[in-house]
Ligand binder design. Structure first.
Ligand code: FAD
Length: 236
């Protein structure tokens, strides 16, 4: 048996390089380079911001490289409870969760990000008759709030026999989280250096306007020695 001190989904990166000495100036500093930090930096760089990412380990070291690999568009909370307490906000929450899954798919579509993604959708599955009734209620609530979701019977839908049925949400799917995290780690510098022009909305929010010079995105990490390190390929 082999034990991994990293994630089990991908090999720990070895391509650490020294960070430039001295102070760095930037428009925006992003602290912590999991999915959230790296995705934020990518978007900011593409909107012509000068971004510095700061990470205490290495990009993708945390939960982002070691999760279960489900990309859902599910609400984190209980749909019935949310519907009882915040019915008027539920459609917005459903849209938000859906946009998050679509945004992740957009990230996955980037050239450096190859993470074995399969857009299967996801089932919130029930293993008891009580859970099955609850998921049927959930499906109704989510559909009324605008979600692309439906209640499915396990046998009809082809679920393993342990699962009686559940809410099938068409968005999202399965991926290798380690490869996704390390793919994002490789992506920002390529994006920034490849961006001959960045585009962003003009002040009135309508017409896209070209921005020059292109965005610069420096990745700053602290290596094992405690000294900061720069991701290979990022602009000097
Ligand atoms: C076992 C498990 C299974 C999961 N399964 C799923 C799943 O199937 N689907 C799903 O959607 N979600 C799942 N999740 C949740 C998901 O992994 C997290 O929500 C996500 O990774 C959080 O990303 P993040 O960028 O916010 O944080 P992280 O990935 O944890 O990144 C935070 C980064 O910040 C760095 N850091 C911390 N403090 C500092 C500091 N002071 N200075 C600089 N850097 C710092 C850390 O080193 C780390 O790299 C799972 C989580 C776990 C633990």
């Amino acid at each position: 048996m082999t034990y991994s001190a990293f994630s089990g989904w991908a090999d720990r990166p070895t391509d650490f390089t020294p960070m430039p000495e001295g102070e760095l100036t930037c428009d925006i500093a992003v602290i912590g380079d999991g999915y959230a930090g790296m995705a934020a930096a990518l978007r900011l760089a593409e909107h012509a911001a000068d971004v510095v990412l700061s990470e205490s380990g290495f990009c993708g070291r945390g939960g982002s490289s070691r999760n279960a690999g489900y990309l859902p568009n599910a609400l984190a909370g209980d749909p019935q409870l949310l519907n009882t307490l915040y019915a008027h906000r539920l459609p917005g929450l459903v849209r938000y969760a859906d946009e998050a899954a679509r945004f992740t798919e957009w990230l996955i579509g980037r050239p450096a990000v190859d993470c074995d993604y399969v857009p299967t959708g996801n089932v919130i599955a029930a293993v008891s008759p009580g859970q099955l009734r609850r998921t049927e209620r959930y499906a109704g609530i989510l559909r009324r709030a605008g979600a692309d979701a439906e209640f499915v019977e396990g046998r009809d839908f082809g679920l393993p026999h342990t699962f009686l049925g559940g809410v099938f949400e068409r968005a999202g799917g399965l991926l290798n989280p380690g490869k996704f995290a390390l793919g994002l780690r490789a992506a920002p510098s390529r994006t920034a250096s490849a961006a001959g022009r960045c585009r962003r909305r003009s002040a009135d929010g309508r017409a896209p306007a070209a921005v020059s010079p292109p965005a610069r995105c420096l990745l700053r990490r602290r290596g094992a020695s405690g000294r900061p390190a720069r991701t290979p390929g990022s602009p000097p």
